[in-house]
Design a binder for this molecule. Structure first.
Ligand code: CU
Length: 343
């Protein structure tokens, strides 16, 4: 039955695995606990297809293949009995080659666009050392709950540094960005990134992938001429993202496209579970197109039943055609024993 599949976490268990472990009758709570245990013991439980062929072309401040599954967990420190997760972000300047004919001056963070995907666990103390070497005043404003003085709206002059420190809460998919006026310009020129706060009880294992949608207004007319997933227009059309058939995919999707009020995210030949702002452990809806205003972000979960290439893009087709368009390449998974599958 084509639409008769769900992403219920209990169903992610392969019954044969349960029987092998003598847990066929285990309740949901026991199953969840065992998931975590197996995940720790068996690192191969989530498998990622080889990426070599896709990595070859990255020669740019944008490296979309590297952004996909790259998470910055910071440096862990213990201070006064607390875990501190320390991150370093440096703003700089770069020239991005949007295509063979068009280059554009941007501001980058740690030499990349989008900036690093920072990742903490709810309750961690987060400390961000921000150094501004981008030739203009900037700041870093984090979405989340924190005191006023850590809100990141005060300018940090070129050549200066500051420290933002706050508790990581609440769990969800958040973001950070420069908040210096005009904010549209400071964001559109590259000063943004994703900030994931993991829940106290981890989500089930999945192939976790980051997609950041952004625009480029290269002639300063307050309209975007180009759009991109993870930095480069059209990149994943030419270099599809390899994923395994029947394996749970967890997309962390952020819309940071300035100048357009909202875009949608649409996935071909499938439906995804939506966890709004990543702030729930249970999905609120299943759909194949979701509308996202500026700075909206969600967790979207799915698995592909059939191998092949499948597009994803905003359904504002002009935005898609100008660069915000990509493909997954679903690779047949002959060894599903150790994979995260759905029944
Ligand atoms: Cu700025």
């Amino acid at each position: 039955m084509p639409y008769d599949f769900t992403l219920s976490k209990e169903n992610l268990w392969n019954r044969r695995q349960l029987l092998k472990l003598g847990l066929a009758g285990a309740g949901v709570a026991g199953t969840a606990a065992l998931w975590q245990m197996l995940n720790v013991k068996n690192k191969s439980i989530v498998r990622v297809p080889p990426m070599e062929m896709a990595m070859a072309t990255a020669n740019n401040v944008a490296d979309p293949m590297n952004v996909l599954r790259n998470f910055d967990y910071g440096t862990l420190k213990q201070e006064n009995g607390r875990t501190i997760r320390e991150f370093q972000l440096t703003a700089g300047t770069s020239i991005i080659e949007l295509n063979s004919a068009v280059s554009y001056n941007i501001w980058d963070l740690n030499g990349r666009i989008p900036g690093p995907t920072l990742r903490a666990k709810q309750g961690d103390r987060v400390r961000v050392l921000f150094l501004n070497q981008a030739g203009h005043s900037h700041s870093l404003h984090f979405h989340g709950v924190h005191p006023s003085e850590m809100d990141g709206i005060r300018p940090v002059s070129n050549g200066k540094a500051t420290i933002y420190e706050f508790d990581a809460e609440p769990y969800g998919v958040h973001l950070y960005h420069c908040h210096i006026q005009p904010v549209t310009r400071h964001i559109a020129k590259g000063l943004y990134g994703m900030f994931i706060i993991d829940p106290p009880n981890p989500r089930p294992p999945a192939d976790e992938i980051v997609l950041v949608m952004a625009g480029y207004d290269v002639n300063d007319d307050n309209h975007n001429e180009y759009y991109a997933f993870n930095g480069l227009p059209h990149h994943y059309m030419h270099h599809p993202i390899p994923i395994y058939q029947n394996q749970l995919i967890r997309l962390y999707v952020l819309n940071i496209i300035e100048f357009d009020p909202a875009v949608t995210f649409h996935l071909h030949a499938n439906f995804f579970d939506v966890y709004r702002s990543g702030m729930t452990m249970k999905p609120s809806e299943k759909t194949d197109v979701i509308t996202m205003g500026i700075a909206e972000r969600h967790i979207l979960e799915f698995a592909f039943r059939y191998p092949g290439k499948y597009m994803f893009h905003p359904h504002q087709d002009a935005i898609a055609e100008n660069g915000c368009m990509g493909q997954f390449e679903v690779v047949a998974n002959s060894d599903t024993k150790n994979s995260v599958t759905k029944s």
